[in-house]
Design a protein around this ligand. Structure first.
Ligand SMILES: Cc1ncc(COP(=O)(O)O)c(C=O)c1O
Length: 484
């Protein structure tokens, strides 16, 4: 093995060895299931003590970079981009994420913003919500400002059960947990279920907010490649066997960022695997209402063994600043999830919960949903037409079944971060694909969102994007990725 040790450094030798093995994997000199040299052989080769190699191998195994086979030795675990190896320099990726958020706020006024997945404030149903708040205040007076049950306002939990019946999900109010937004739901599930060093499976790519949450718990994040009909289930089973994850995080419809949706067959496989390997599935249904072809059932609707935690955000259809969402929690997790919620913020704002209950019961939610769906559908159709007309050859896109996101793929040897910087200067905001991976991989894809662009902006923006792509692909030949 081509390992060079520098004995003048403060870094212990075993860390130098482990780091160089990681580098060899990263640079493709070592591959999945390759065997590492026997301890004695490597210690002789490097003129170090056996214990140094044992410590290096142990470190690699603890980090999930390698796996051990009893009586045989250490082998390379799946590639870094499929895993969580420290070499992924996730901190780097996280900084990108924060930079990107702040650039979204700081961007010049005339930027066409295909980056944000949050609707513009002019679509928010302020008048109806104001009426709901006033009604609660007139009815409950000071009571409106008291603490709520940690689980949530009981009348709202009952309304939510009625609402979920239209998605074929039958839940009892006692299984509903109100949360202050889906992001908090992720955090609460991580707190209730995961301990330091536990493994969690995420799709690759996935929602970057989920990566940030899991990372904050110090859990091992294992990525499984996302395909157009759901994750690679063969790979998933292999990873489950190897890492014994307690949880898998998934978006079964119109996944963020790809827009891909699971086939029924893959949904059934997920449930089977969860049952066989004693794993929970956290299903983030952030745009289930926005399916434009036909309504598709969430995983929770076919969850006969109570393995699915269903997570719902209202941010894409209602108002993100309400900080309101809910989960439907398997009975076995009910208490621990409620405890985690209580430890986090005692309860979600009583006034907002009560107002939303009135809003739901009076049919305003349904009205808002119909209104938003019409707007998004019209943008969606226009977007498909414009992408079809203006994307140059070699740039592909996927037609999602609904939602607000489009996943655009440059030729395989291109880095979308480079293109993101290029079009950013031309005042078009997009999100580069690397942001949605845990490991610090380069991605040739980028995400476009229609949440905050007008139809006029879609027309001018996509036409311009097509032109910039053509210029970029012909001029910027130097920015070719070295490894595909
Ligand atoms: C997939 C996904 N899940 C969860 C969230 C967080 O939603 P909330 O605003 O309800 O916290 C978002 C927000 O962008 C999202 O895209």
């Amino acid at each position: 093995m081509n390992i060079i040790l520098d004995r003048t450094l403060d870094t212990p030798l075993y860390i130098q060895i482990a780091d160089q093995i990681k580098l060899m994997i990263h640079e493709d000199f070592l591959h999945i299931d390759d065997k590492l040299p026997p301890i004695r052989k490597l210690s002789e080769e490097l003129s170090v003590n056996n214990v140094t190699i044992v410590k290096a191998y142990q470190m690699l195994s603890d980090e999930g970079v390698t796996y051990k086979v009893r009586g045989s030795g250490s082998y390379i675990a799946p590639k870094p981009e499929e895993l969580m190896a420290e070499i992924s320099e996730f901190d780097n990726a996280e900084n990108h994420s924060y930079n990107l958020r702040s650039t979204q706020y700081d961007m010049p006024e005339d930027t066409i913003n295909f980056a944000t997945a949050t609707p513009k404030a002019n679509l928010f149903p302020v008048t109806d919500f104001k009426k709901a708040i006033n009604q609660v205040l007139d009815r409950d007076l000071g009571e409106a400002f008291g603490y709520q049950e940690a689980k949530g306002y009981s009348s709202l939990r009952a309304s939510i059960c009625d609402y979920m019946e239209s998605f074929s999900v039958r839940a009892l109010p006692e299984d509903v947990q109100i949360i202050s937004g889906a992001q908090q739901g992720l955090d609460i599930i991580a707190k209730a279920l995961l301990n330091y060093n536990d493994a969690v499976i995420v799709e690759a790519p996935t929602y970057s907010g989920a990566i940030a949450t899991f990372r904050s718990r110090g859990v091992r994040i294992v990525q499984v490649p996302m395909l157009i009909d759901g994750v690679n289930v063969k790979k998933l089973e292999e990873l489950i066997k190897r890492y014994k994850p307690k949880l898998m995080f998934t978006m079964t419809h119109c996944q963020n960022p790809t827009g891909y949706s699971y086939s029924n067959k893959k949904k059934e496989t997920l449930l089977k695997l969860a049952e066989t390997y004693n794993m929970y599935i956290l299903e983030d249904d952030y745009v289930g209402e926005l399916l434009y072809t036909k309504q598709i059932q969430p995983l929770k609707a076919i969850d006969l063994n109570d393995r699915v935690i269903y997570l719902k955000s209202f941010s894409k259809i209602l108002m993100p600043g309400l900080r309101l969402g809910f989960m439907i929690v398997p009975k076995a997790l009910n208490q621990s999830v409620m405890n985690a919620k209580e430890a986090t913020d005692i309860s979600t704002s009583g006034l907002i919960q009560k107002a939303f209950d009135v809003y739901l019961r009076k049919g305003h939610w349904h009205k808002q949903l119909t209104y938003m769906k019409k707007i998004y559908f019209s943008r969606y159709q226009l977007m498909l037409k414009m992408l079809d007309q203006h994307l140059p050859r070699g740039v592909n896109y996927y037609v999602p079944k609904g939602g607000i996101l489009f996943w655009i793929e440059l030729p395989k040897n291109r880095d979308s971060r480079d293109f993101y910087e290029y079009v950013g200067q031309k005042k078009i905001a997009i999100v580069p694909g690397d942001l949605f991976y845990y490991s610090n991989v380069k991605s040739n894809a980028f995400r476009l969102s229609i949440a905050a662009v007008t139809e006029g902006e879609i027309e001018t923006g996509i036409e311009a994007l097509g032109d910039y792509l053509r210029t970029y692909l012909s001029e910027k030949k130097q920015n070719i990725l070295p490894i595909l």
